[in-house]
Design a protein around this ligand. Structure first.
Ligand code: GTP
Ligand code: MG
Length: 292
């Protein structure tokens, strides 16, 4: 039977996120138990990992302990992708194909690089369109905490990338031919590097991303309008709707994705520990186990 074949396929997860967020470090940690020094990735790579015995895949929780398969390591595939803007087609391609074994996306971000240089700006007052426009214009240039900008360029980059990823998932949901639609695809936003003292807690990472995606969405929307001038009016609004992330009114919230069966969760952790602190990826393991 077809169904019995699909249950034996190895579940897989895809690592996405901007350059330097810690994707490859996380992959080596999940693979070997300790992170190995990394270089900027230039091609995707896939490994097979096993869940640690302390975690049980949700799909195996009701298996009897006498079942010989219940003690076997529960394996899954993990695919690392390059985060650099110029290599991002790899991950967006991988995403467009969406293999049936794909159980979820892990979007890694550096939660220490998101805070705006001026304290509290990420969670505080609105700086308006000027800052957003400047940040978008400088989108290619990254690297450390830029001085003076009202929005961290890392935040803008992360938000643009996440926006594009979520839009692929939304389009996939809207264009699904079958009445049942594609299966729900969960997204873990792994807010990495909480060992650094400048790191934002998960709740603020979420707020900062939502706020910045709201801006990205508006900028992209304007771009569409501008480019649409030559194309004439017909069908334009439908196109626009297709490319508008989340619901219609109001600021973007990650919960809006639930309408497309995309469940997004922001969870903090760190692949490395600094100053005697240990790495902490327990909750990410738990998320993987829950979605296997
Ligand atoms: P690309 O391959 O360019 O897309 O980047 P990447 O996401 O694979 O990042 P990578 O794993 O190479 O990590 C980038 C840098 O961040 C490395 O110097 C890591 O040592 C460091 N790093 C990763 N995770 C952590 C963490 O939890 N805490 C700290 N302090 N540093 C980390
Ligand atoms: Mg890498």
């Amino acid at each position: 039977l077809y169904r019995s074949r699909t249950t034996t396929t190895v579940p897989s997860f895809l690592l996405l996120g901007p350059s330097g967020a810690g994707k490859t470090s996380l992959l080596t940690l999940l693979d070997r138990g300790n992170p190995t020094p990394t270089h900027t990735s230039q091609t995707p790579s896939t490994i097979t990992c096993a869940l640690p015995p302390t975690h049980r895949a949700a799909s195996a929780r009701f298996r009897s302990s006498h079942d010989p398969t219940s003690n076997a390591p529960q394996r899954f595939h993990l695919t690392d992708t390059p985060g650099h803007g110029k290599l991002r087609h790899f991950s967006l391609d991988a995403l467009a194909q969406l293999p049936t074994a794909l159980k979820g996306l892990i979007f890694v971000i550096d939660s220490a690089a998101l805070a705006a240089p001026s304290a509290g700006a990420a969670a505080g007052g609105d700086v308006g369109g000027v800052g957003a426009a400047a940040a978008v214009a400088g989108g290619e240039g990254r690297g450390g905490g830029g001085g003076g900008a009202s929005t961290s360029s890392s935040l803008t980059e992360a938000a643009e990338y996440l926006h594009d990823v979520l839009l692929v998932l939304q389009r996939r949901h809207t264009s699904a031919k079958t009445s049942r639609g594609p299966a729900a695809l969960p997204v873990l936003i792994a807010a990495n590097k909480v060992d650094l003292f400048t790191a934002l807690p998960a709740s603020l990472v979420k707020v900062a991303l939502e706020r910045e995606i709201t801006r990205v969405r508006e900028t992209r929307g304007k771009g569409l309008l501008d480019s649409g001038v030559d194309m004439g009016g017909e069908g334009q609004s439908e196109e626009e709707e297709r490319d508008w992330l989340g619901g219609g009114e109001g600021d973007f919230r990650l919960e809006m994705m639930e309408e497309c069966d995309v469940f997004v969760k922001v969870v903090s952790g760190c692949v490395l520990g600094t100053e005697g602190e240990k790495e902490d990826v327990e909750e990410w393991w738990e998320w993987i186990a829950e979605n296997m």
